[in-house]
Design a protein. Sequence first.
Length: 282
Amino acid sequence: MEKELPKIDLPEDWVVGTDINKDLLGLYTNYPVRLKCEMFVLCVEGTVEASVNLNHITVKANDFVTLMPGSIFQINSIEGNLNIYFLGFSSKFVEQTNQSRSMLDAIYFTLGRPTFQLRKEGVLLMEQYLQFLINIYERFPDKIKHEITPNLYADVHKGISIIYKSNSTEETVPISKSEQIFRSFTQLVMQHYTHNRNVAWYAEQLGITHAHLCTTVKQVSGKTCVDIISSIVIMDAKSQLKSTNLSIQDISDSLNFANMSFFGKYFKRYVGMSPLEYRNNG
């Protein structure tokens, strides 16, 4: 069923703008679609009721939304005069980029919590930043825009990670038991993915059954427990392959694979090529 969903991607490495209106969003009210790209949205005015990974969200003024690649979303209703900024990165760029720790942090904080309300000063700063990017996008040639994409991508994720971390202790909106379980699971994964990739172990740490954990994670995020664990492991491996001179054996050891052969098979299963092929050509 999910493989048949219409997919949305971007034709360029990155796109930024404000030209999202009711008519455009209205195209996605009749059926869900799957994002191949990664998308960030700042809502300045108006209200959008939507579903992300089968979970209902309300996007209103001052809300910042992060939609990770693979997210399934559908627009349910739109109210008021819509004023929205958006920034997106194509699947082609995201898949080949080197994921840093700050990017992994951003993924952890936004999984299961795609919408975050900014303070007024935060909205103003975000508007100014996005308008700055719009000016770059509209005035600079494609070559320059392509060259700055890696730094832009890294900076955006660092900013998101900082925003979520600095406000996490001030959250006042109650969260459901399912969301609490999901957040605890993802936090455990971020702490232990190099040592443990056994879903049953995480369920035991949380004091719940394996089946309950799997069902809850799928309900909240639209992803399986294995999907989340493997995505973090693979992003760490990709980062080490591209940004360090460590041998493949050393990288395999750092991620606690039994041997380099197991690591190679695991990596190829998710990436479609061997670690060495990825380092040389990915």
